[in-house]
Design a protein around this ligand. Structure first.
Ligand code: R5P
Length: 294
């Protein structure tokens, strides 16, 4: 087995290779003077299982392109099986045509990956209108969850906690994590007006006054969703507010927006490399990938 990467998720790739006692060999990626991509494997992949460990952030467009190139090249060089580990899989939020004429990006992304990979492994990917990854992937597709790791992190670091999920879709993280810790949770009702404007409302109130509130979501992108939830929690008398994102994209001025809204601490998993990374997902990826070693 060869563990490689196009650049993102380098740290996870190195750790996985070490744990699996597999060879780590990153790809050489560059560009010709005219901008055309240059890519090269630096080890012989013939007859081997090639595992590309690469998160789709930063640079989701280039990541998709690099992954297709890497997978096609591995196959062309005689790899036995090509597996993608994408701790963060982008394009999943555009899962329908919200307005006439729009591209359904998740389907297009999956179609391209189906044609060059044998298997995809991701973590807490944004499945909302799809029932499972099978709705768009014809290859073997596994969606792991970081819930146990997040619950452990909260247990070790924060006391007297209540959990808030900022929108209906976040129940799968908020409620399951709260259950594991044995604390109360509530999920807010979110209305999205645009990619940068949301409103949230607490439908099922829980006691918040004097509590350490943890807001958990799959994606923190512009930070608007969590910021609105934090403002509510602050109004209701939260003692401290921690924001935890499985995938911390933190685009535009997300961090300062979160702080201004009353968030005291921001933590994320290392699905996307960021200074807020506090929760390491390598162990769950290792558990899944070791099946491939048998
Ligand atoms: C959407 O349904 C997701 O679960 C997140 O709530 C959303 O992507 C967060 O985006 P933002 O940080 O831009 O509000």
């Amino acid at each position: 087995m060869i563990i490689t990467t196009c650049g993102n998720s380098k740290e996870i790739a190195i750790k996985l290779a070490k744990k699996l006692k597999a060879k780590y060999s990153p790809l050489t990626i560059g560009a010709f003077p005219d901008g055309d991509i240059y890519m090269k494997y630096n080890t012989n992949v013939k007859g081997k299982k090639v595992v590309i460990v690469h998160s789709f952030q930063p640079h989701s467009d280039m990541s998709l392109f690099d992954i297709i190139w890497a997978a096609e090249t591995a196959k062309d060089l005689g790899a036995k099986k090509v597996i993608l580990i994408a701790p963060y899989l982008s394009y999943m939020r555009q899962d329908k045509r919200f307005n006439p004429g729009e591209a359904i990006s998740s389907r297009i992304m999956a179609k391209h990956l189906n044609s060059c990979l044998d298997k995809i492994i991701t973590i807490d990917t944004h499945i909302h209108r799809y029932k499972s990854l099978k709705d768009i992937f014809t290859i073997s597709a596994k969606n792991l969850t970081a819930n146990d790791l997040i619950a452990d992190y909260i247990k070790k670091n924060i006391r007297d906690v209540v959990i808030i999920g900022p929108d209906w879709e976040s129940y799968q993280w908020a409620e399951s994590i709260a259950k594991q810790i044995g604390v109360e949770a509530t999920v807010l009702k979110k209305t999205r007006f645009s990619s940068r404007k949301v409103k949230v409302k607490m439908i099922k109130p829980i006691p918040i006054k004097g509590k350490n509130v943890v807001i958990v979501d799959d994606i923190i992108s512009t930070g608007h969703t969590i910021a609105e939830a934090a403002k509510q929690a602050k109004k209701l008398g939260a003692k401290t507010i921690t924001a935890i994102g499985v995938h911390g994209l933190f685009v535009e001025d997300a961090i300062s927006k979160l702080i201004k809204s009353g968030v005291n601490k921001i933590s994320s998993t290392n699905c996307i490399a960021h200074p807020s990374n506090k929760i390491d997902v390598t162990s769950i990826l290792f558990d899944e990938l070791k099946k491939e070693k048998r």
